[in-house]
Design a protein around this ligand. Sequence first.
Ligand code: RB5
Length: 143
Amino acid sequence: MKIAIGSDHVGLELKPVIVEYLKELGHEVEDFGAYSKERTDYPIYGEKVAKAVIEGNYDCGIVMCGTGVGISIAANKIKGIRAVVCSEPYSAKLSKEHNNTNILAFGSRVIGSELAKMIVKEWLEAEFEGGRHANRVNMLDNM
Ligand code: RB5
């Protein structure tokens, strides 16, 4: 898959680990910043990754900030984005199967790198089930 990735300065703590992990799994990754630990603002990177996904150049996006909350809210402002912030793999998997999420977010101050990798793997391997969920996802997209 082609995956767009982004973080603020706090999410940058975890981002290199996730980039390496994605490459190990055989994915192509583009990092939309931040590129240094200098203080910055999570909306910038949530928006960049969300727009990259919506424009169709990437299969999905993964974003990080301190909690994953701010950057997921930013991404969800872009029409067509369904971003989920997860601290455990069950919600990550179900968010794809039922909600067809296209961006995964998590917090570098909330979870460690091994749990983050597990969440990423579950999310990437899960598939949207369609059926009764499709109409609900369409309702979300039409809001
Ligand atoms: C930055 O201090 C912090 O607020 C940010 O990384 C994130 O946690 C916001 O939701």
